[in-house]
Design a protein around this ligand. Structure first.
Ligand SMILES: CCCCCCc1ccc(Oc2ccc(Oc3cccc(O)n3)cc2)c(O)c1
Length: 257
């Protein structure tokens, strides 16, 4: 059995720039021989993504806009993908958002709108894209979503996004249960803090980075590349017996009390 991704096609959702975790995932899947399809939230992201992907030698990528807050848009995007490539073998969901004022201070002050917005984009979007992608995964497949420790236990300032990640984690497991009979696996990668565009929105991020370097078992933070390689494992047949799982790529920080 070989663990290359040659001859397989994966959708990567959420590349914003070269620091994105989704870009780390795209590079690892490309190196493993995969053909890649990229979706982005709006046309503002199209050029940066196309420019990044042009650096992947021999990659014959496709690009689609996909506003995950709109069911018709999600359906239209995946129908278009189905028309263009037929079968896909998996999907990396690297999409989340919360209002900045809901990512600092006290969680008790979260507005109803802010709470629902973060649930909508950061958790429900996995259900929507999985339902739309399922018919295209005729040979089975593997879906990976990005989560964080703040959804398992309280991390100061993470607040409303922690509640959204708790919802995402449970959603991932229920999707794994539904799709297992179609030989589609659904898993999460819980990444340690990485300095991305999104990380800029979370209060006191620098303190958390320092804490990892001082306390995590590996005494260092992790990289987009390390997350990308775990995504490669989860997309490959190496993880064929794994579904509904969360793999922590966080220098072991999650094992500490
Ligand atoms: C206090 C916790 C420090 C470690 C946070 C690690 C982390 C970093 C980035 C993460 O991804 C997002 C994605 C969107 C997001 O919402 C944003 C981001 C930027 C601006 C904005 O208005 N909202 C916040 C975090 C994420 O889920 C988790």
């Amino acid at each position: 059995m070989n663990f290359s991704l040659e001859g397989r096609t994966y959708v990567v959702m959420g590349v914003a720039n070269k620091r994105s975790i989704a870009w780390g995932i795209a590079r690892s899947l490309h190196e493993a021989g995969a053909r890649l399809i990229f979706t982005y939230a709006n046309e503002r992201f199209e050029k940066p993504v196309r420019d990044l992907v042009s650096t992947l030698e021999g990659q014959d990528a496709l690009f689609y806009e996909c506003d995950v807050t709109n069911d018709e848009a999600v359906d239209a995007t995946f129908q278009q993908i189905g028309n263009d490539v037929g079968t896909i073998h998996g999907l990396a969901h690297c999409i989340a958002f919360a209002d900045k004022e809901d990512l600092k201070g006290e969680f008790v002050d979260t507005s109803r709108d802010g709470y629902l917005l973060s649930q909508n984009i950061s958790a429900y979007s996995l259900v929507a894209v999985t339902r739309a992608a399922k018919p295209l995964m005729t040979e089975g497949g593997s879906i990976v979503t990005m989560t964080y420790l703040g959804g398992e236990r309280v991390v100061q300032n993470y607040n409303v996004m922690g509640v959204a990640k708790a919802s995402l984690d449970a959603s991932m497991k229920y999707l794994a249960n539904d799709l297992g009979k179609n030989n589609i696996r659904v898993n999460g990668i819980s990444a340690g803090p990485i300095r991305t565009l999104s990380a800029k929105g979370v209060g006191d991020f620098n303190t958390v980075l320092k804490q990892i370097e001082e306390k995590a078992p590996l005494r260092r933070t992790v990289t987009q590349e390390e997350v990308g390689d775990t995504a490669y494992y989860l997309m490959s047949d190496l993880s064929r017996g794994v579904t509904g799982e969360i793999i922590h790529v966080d220098s072991g920080f999650n094992i500490l009390g």
